[in-house]
Design a protein around this ligand. Structure first.
Ligand SMILES: *Cc1c(COP(=O)(O)O)cnc(C)c1O
Length: 388
């Protein structure tokens, strides 16, 4: 089965009671036993549920993985990966990583006796220098948030393999439509299914995919033990959203490229970060590694942080909100939103100046999106007029 067919047909034969085309919602906490000697496959929803099982089968197939465990959020799935570590272990974490992952690794893991080193993952060859005898895992992502840097996934996976580390890759920004990290040698892929996978900004969820039976068994044990599981209805909604992943991603990519090209030529824009522009430093790597360039674009306005805020508040089709990957276009202003807990100095060191805007480009008509951007950029005062 090919990619676009999988979310529509994997694990979704007609229902056995009424031949319903869509799997019914099994909104039940518990399932009856026929007898004490006949243990049901599914007996309690914290452990497993039919809607969850279907979602896991679909996501595993989309990532070309053998096993998937879904979680109540993307963060819960990342915590699932971290649960493979124990006191005394050392974790390598990409410095360019999702803020929530950073928070867990910096604040929570050290309390459990796990050491964490924050490293640059741009050059796979530089990673070996950070490996200690107790290094157990490396976690990274890409395109990254918010600068959309692309990492050499196969290169980093092979360094990890050579040194006996578990490699974990957060594929949220790309979605399985654009790249399948397990095929590039990664051990564990995690997703916030809140984003492109569910695709409609109506559910919070996570997933962890692996080809290792041993890791999968540990994830099943972990999720049922801590109970960080999604509800049947959240799984049902995610299955419904997933069916259109391929068509949505095509449109996200087409619209984002048009928006990025428009911004690049605009006199009020200083810099555009989009891996599909030849001016992006990772353009060649992105072309080689990804099927297309994704739906996320960030850019720096020419001027001040105040000008960036004028733009962010001046759009009407793009909504000012956190998150990404839904059908609707969203604007994020990282200094006050996703990266608000960092100091300005930390942000600048990570390439997040006060003038940076992040766009999650949706699947609306791209001319409406570009007109909206044009009118919001027009609200930024001309630099000569304010004497900058
Ligand atoms: C949103 C996000 C997460 C966290 O996911 P939640 O579903 O919000 O818990 C993790 N990684 C990346 C890259 C994200 O964008």
């Amino acid at each position: 089965m090919r990619f676009a067919t999988k979310p529509i047909r994997v694990g979704q034969d007609l229902d056995q009671d009424h031949r319903a085309v869509i799997q019914p919602l099994y909104q039940s906490a518990t399932f009856g036993w026929k007898s004490l000697s006949d243990i049901p496959d599914i007996d309690y929803t914290r452990c497993q549920n039919p809607n969850r099982q279907t979602l896991e089968q679909i996501i595993a197939s989309l990532e070309n993985g053998k096993h998937c465990t879904v979680f109540a959020s993307g963060m819960a799935s990342i915590m699932g990966a971290f649960s493979l570590l124990q006191s005394g272990d050392h974790l390598l974490m990409a410095s360019d990583i999702y803020g929530g992952t950073f928070r867990v690794a910096e604040k929570l893991l050290p309390r459990y006796g796990i050491q964490v080193t924050d490293i640059c993952t741009k050059d796979p060859n530089s990673i070996e220098g950070h490996i200690r005898p107790n290094t157990k895992m490396i976690i990274f992502e890409g395109p990254t948030n918010p600068n959309l840097s692309v990492m050499d996934i196969a290169g980093i996976a092979s360094v990890a393999k050579r040194n006996g580390l578990i490699s974990v890759f957060d594929n949220t920004f790309a979605s399985p439509y654009l790249q399948n990290p397990l095929d590039m040698g990664i051990d564990i892929v995690v997703h916030s299914t809140t984003k492109y996978i569910s695709g409609h900004s109506d559910v919070i969820g996570g997933a962890l995919i692996t080809n290792s039976q041993e890791i999968h068994d540990q994830m099943f044990e972990y999720s049922k033990t801590v109970g960080a599981v999604p509800s049947p209805f959240d799984c049902w909604l995610t299955v419904r959203g997933l069916k259109t992943l391929a068509v949505r991603m095509k449109q996200h990519c087409e619209n984002a490229l048009a928006v990025a090209q428009y911004l690049e030529d605009h006199p009020k824009v200083a810099k555009v970060h989009f891996p599909g522009l030849p001016s992006h430093p990772d353009y060649e790597l992105a072309k080689k590694q990804m099927k297309d360039f994704g739906g996320m674009v960030s850019f720096e306005v020419k001027g001040t942080g105040e000008d960036a805020c004028t733009f962010a508040e001046g759009c009407s089709i793009f909504l000012l909100a956190e998150s990404l990957g839904g059908v609707e276009s969203l604007i994020g202003y990282p200094p006050l939103m996703s990266h608000a807990t960092m100091t300005e100095e930390q942000r600048v060191a990570k390439g997040i100046p006060a003038t940076l805007i992040r766009l999650s480009v949706g699947i609306e008509d791209k001319d409406d999106l570009i007109e909206d951007i044009a009118q919001a950029l027009a609200k930024i005062p001309a630099r000569e007029a304010v004497g900058v």
